[in-house]
Design a protein around this ligand. Structure first.
Ligand code: CP3
Length: 346
């Protein structure tokens, strides 16, 4: 028997079932805002930390327990899978990730390799070790980047403001674009399945930068690939489908699939949920609110809980990851407040 509890509030909410408290976890809950994480990072470069399954498991479990989250997310990064595909990846201090050999044309795309499961064994090992040391009632989330967000890193060579090269390829050579999205989607499907086999009880697909697209471009250039990735997980575990800046894309994202749609703070959670209909939602507090005073945090979080109004299928989260200057005590304050909400609201 796996060391888990299918009745955990997080897993129930992913399936739209009633819960006795709203589950909460935070994207980037294991990160630089946390002293314990900074201490590990002082000794270990980021990529090594991801590749060392003992350390990755330790960082994952410590963060979830420290803040009392209802789920843990495996410590890793969306860009690591690009290495077995043929990309040269570096996390440069202060500059964010760099891909030293961006793909800019069909020839570059045809040279890419499909990532095989064996190349990501270190992540599966970390999932197994994390599952074994997490408390049984805390579900473990696996994840990957969505095809669009990963394609944007591969084409731009790093983060981007205007996605000029990405859109140049998308508009100028749709054949090459779709070939890139397909090789990514096939690689990611195997990667997610490997994480699920290793013990991930839900998976989140991070389409962090998809908000730079128009609805029509999302529909034509992204939706079929995200849909195919989500379908490949095949209902084995709940899929959370997340992006930012997605106000105008959410209906298409819901159509692409996922048991849970991630919302950022630019939308009203209650109204958006009404519009999206029969799907579960995750979100949606602005991460910057955690830099404000407790009164403001309480007011903002309660407004979101009131919008959700006790409907089954809400997972509390931020609209994006925890920011490095966030006081960890504010995170703990938020988690406790969300857990006590039902009790207080009578
Ligand atoms: O706690 C968790 O959420 C799990 C771990 C996690 C990381 N990255 C660790 C990380 C997850 C889920 C990710 C996903 C990820 N990585 C995304 C999607 C989520 C999002 O934030 O939109 C993206 C776009 C990336 C790419 C990436 N990795 C960037 C842009 C950066 C640099 C920016 C930054 O915050 O430093 C990273 C590095 C990274 N990934 C760090 C962490 C904790 C910081 C590395 C460090 O310790 O210096």
């Amino acid at each position: 028997m796996p060391n888990t509890d299918e009745n955990a509030p997080f897993l129930r909410a992913c399936r739209g079932l009633p819960v006795d408290h709203t589950p909460i976890w935070l994207m980037r809950q294991a990160g630089r805002y946390m002293q314990e994480y900074r201490e590990v990072r002082e000794r270990t470069p980021f990529i090594e930390l991801c590749k060392n399954s003992d350390l990755a498991a330790e960082v994952t479990v410590t963060a979830a327990e420290r803040i009392g989250a209802d789920a843990a997310i495996i410590f890793s990064d969306i860009l690591l899978i690009l290495v077995p595909m043929g990309m040269s990846l570096e996390y440069a201090k202060g500059d964010g990730p760099i891909l030293h050999n961006p793909v800019r044309d069909a020839a570059g795309i045809h040279q890419l390799k499909e990532a095989e499961k064996e190349s990501m064994t270190f992540v599966f090992d970390a999932v197994r070790k994390t599952r074994a040391s997490l408390r049984p009632e805390t579900p473990l989330i696996g994840f990957c980047g969505a095809p669009f967000t990963l394609a944007s890193y591969m084409i731009e060579g790093g983060g981007s403001r205007n996605y000029i090269e990405t859109k140049k390829m998308m508009y100028g050579d749709p054949g090459a674009w779709h070939a890139l999205m397909e090789v990514l989607t096939r690689s990611l499907a195997k990667y997610l399945k490997g994480q699920i086999e290793a013990g991930a009880q839900a998976v989140q697909i991070f389409d962090s930068w998809v908000g730079c697209l128009s609805p029509a471009d999302y529909r034509d250039f992204v939706l079929p690939h995200s849909r195919s990735l989500i379908e490949s997980v095949g209902g084995d575990v709940p899929v959370l489908h997340f992006g930012t800046g997605t106000t105008t894309l959410l209906d298409f994202m819901r159509d692409a699939g996922g048991d849970v749609i991630g919302l950022d703070w630019r939308v009203n959670l209650g109204e958006t949920w009404d519009r999206l209909g029969k799907v579960n939602v995750q979100g949606n507090m602005d991460p910057c609110v955690l830099l404000a005073d407790r009164g403001f945090i309480k007011k903002t979080a309660e407004e979101i809980l009131r919008q959700a109004n006790g409907r089954p299928g809400h997972i509390f989260n931020l609209g994006h990851g925890v920011l490095p200057p966030t006081p960890v005590d504010n995170v703990k304050f938020l988690v406790d407040l969300v857990h006590e909400w039902r009790a207080n609201s009578g």
